[in-house]
Write a protein that binds this ligand. Sequence first.
Ligand SMILES: CC(C)(COP(=O)(O)OP(=O)(O)OC[C@H]1O[C@@H](n2cnc3c(N)ncnc32)[C@H](O)[C@@H]1OP(=O)(O)O)[C@@H](O)C(=O)NCCC(=O)NCCS
Length: 158
Amino acid sequence: MEIEDIPAVFALGERVFTVDDSPTLYRTWDEYQVVDLFSSDGETCLVAELDGKLVGFALGTMINKRKSSWVYGYLIWLAVSPDVAGRGVGRELVESLNEAFIELGARMVLVDTDADKEDALRFFEKMGFGHPSEHVYLSLNLTGRPEYRRIRARRDRR
Ligand SMILES: CC(C)(COP(=O)(O)OP(=O)(O)OC[C@H]1O[C@@H](n2cnc3c(N)ncnc32)[C@H](O)[C@@H]1OP(=O)(O)O)[C@@H](O)C(=O)NCCC(=O)NCCS
């Protein structure tokens, strides 16, 4: 990935991470995800191009746990344009990212997605990922809380 790819990566994420298809990904995807990961982990941010057009990306980071010999690669964001679905772009991205993770010392790759996102789960199984463990996203609407009104009122007075 190059710095010039940032707008196209963001735009493809906006297209693929929809509220209906993947609400958690939709809520957490924003331009800072791309800019921050590209700045901190440029070596594990990859894009796929077809005929000069960006058609996919894989954004990952390294996790080095202190006092542990285990180093993990964490695939945070993966998307392929629906225009080229099923043509091996996702596989190519994951396999290339695995190689980048190995290069940087990783011994295991982690990935997560919404539990009911069957298509992504089947894809990751095909890529060799296994041992799924349930991961539940919870949310708290802060606007109904007394501290929300108190803090917002104080903020508005400033
Ligand atoms: C999941 C995704 C990355 C797959 O990309 P893709 O380029 O279409 O996948 P590929 O063509 O490389 O497929 C690789 C393998 O996975 C299989 N596969 C892909 N999508 C699948 C699906 N929906 N159901 C079952 N198998 C699937 C393919 O059949 C292929 O298997 P094969 O190599 O044995 O033939 C893409 O559909 C996508 O961007 N989805 C939305 C975003 C998302 O869910 N991201 C992951 C969480 S961040």
